[in-house]
Design a protein around this ligand. Structure first.
Ligand SMILES: [Zn+2]
Length: 208
């Protein structure tokens, strides 16, 4: 799973499925299209059925199907995958990098951190558990959000400083957890070193 990018895999699967619809539209007389129509009994549904499932980036112009995602109007899995990846990246903070250096439970925790899905006290309050103190467990001053707890809290800033200094890495302050992971995943040119640094970040999240 080294370097596996979850967002890209998801986008790849969707893009491959979209290619089915594209080929059914653009190559209706091919053997492949005829076979799919028989297997899925599409002959009685035909265009209305397919039109209702047309995807963004594909449009019909004067009875010819063109893709708005690539030059020449030809659908490609790469162009659709890129468009989906861009869309996903803007909504879930970016793709998550799994690796085998840390235990699975640590990687899963980091994955939840990246999605802002850990049960901080602020989250617990929102779910109606008001018996817990909303303030940070370490500094006791600010609300305990994911970004504060693992990035902006003075206690965590000190840990980050010490760890990065230990490896001779210069860094500025981070505003959110995703900035830490972006920094670790784009540092230098050695993939092995980057992978190790990401693992260390996951370990810090887990231990905190
Ligand atoms: Zn704090």
């Amino acid at each position: 799973m080294g370097g596996l990018v979850v967002g890209s895999l998801k986008a790849f699967n969707i893009a491959l499925c979209c290619k089915w619809w594209w080929r059914l539209k653009t190559e209706p007389k091919s053997l492949w299209a005829k076979l799919i129509r028989v297997i899925h009994r599409l002959d009685n549904k035909t265009d209305d059925f397919l039109d209702s499932r047309s995807r963004s980036g594909v449009s019909s112009r004067e009875a010819t199907w063109v893709s708005d995602l690539a030059n020449g109007g030809r659908y490609t899995v790469v162009s659709m995958r890129q468009a989906i990846d861009n869309s996903i990246s803007s909504t879930i903070l970016g793709p998550f990098h799994w690796n085998k250096v840390v235990p699975l439970k640590v990687a899963c925790f980091a994955w939840r951190v990246n999605l802002n899905r850990i049960p901080t006290t602020v989250k617990l309050h929102r779910r109606g558990i008001s018996s817990v103190d909303k303030n940070c467990s370490y500094c006791g001053v600010m609300d305990e959000t994911t970004d504060h707890l693992l990035c902006r809290c003075p206690a965590m800033c000190s840990i980050l400083d010490q760890v990065f200094r230990r490896y001779g890495i210069q860094h500025s302050s981070f505003s959110c957890v995703s900035k830490i992971l972006d920094f670790a995943s784009s540092l230098g040119t050695c993939p092995k070193r980057r992978r190790m640094l990401i693992s260390i970040c996951y370990g810090m999240f887990w231990c905190t």
